[in-house]
Design a protein around this ligand. Sequence first.
Ligand SMILES: [Mn+2]
Length: 241
Amino acid sequence: MKRARRVAVLSDVHGNATALTAVLEELSQEEHDLVVFGGDLTWGAQPAETYRLASSLDALFVRGNADRALIEGVSDSERGRWMQERHTDEMRAFAGRFEENVVVEVEGLHAVRFCHGSPRSDEECVTPETPEDRVREFCKNVPERLIVSAHVHVQFDREVGGIRSVNAGSVGLPYEGRRGAFWALLGPDVELRWTDYDVDRAAAAYTESGFPGAEQLAEMLLAPPEPAEVIEDAERRIFAG
Ligand SMILES: [Mn+2]
């Protein structure tokens, strides 16, 4: 098993290279020996720039549902087609090497399991309100007691049914009711982080990209939805693509 002292967790970048650049700059000032990407890396307005930044790092990559859609060649919508066109074979092959779950022995935290949705599905929504029964169910065959998930774009750290359930938040498209990039540092404890960056510039990059429906995403960057609404919606749907 991979071991690390201090791990940076960067999830749901969603092709926001502006946000990722800011986080990597802040991270460069922090002692760390591993980066784990939590999935949904390049699916967004700046796939090539995001790919360049992420692939230059010595990191572990968890596969998100959007990364899976890329590999599977899903192009049944205008957005899907745009996204496929902007991913080279090299980028798709890179995403093809992402892992469903990654386990790392982190100093002070024991074995930590990283996944995108839940350990069993990259589309399962895990929130701070997820009932204990469902947490027990998706952890049934999972020996680790600390699960770091992503997908819902809401940052949290809670204990439930003997499990520590953590979400580092979203670097590129947070649903936190406030702007910025959200991520986390693990080891020896869990440190939830927030990085201020030029969100206006990121929103402009989205709008200029020609990505179908970019205006809607730019609006979400500028005025992020409130986590309470997102959590309620996620707990109603449970699985969301
Ligand atoms: Mn996702």
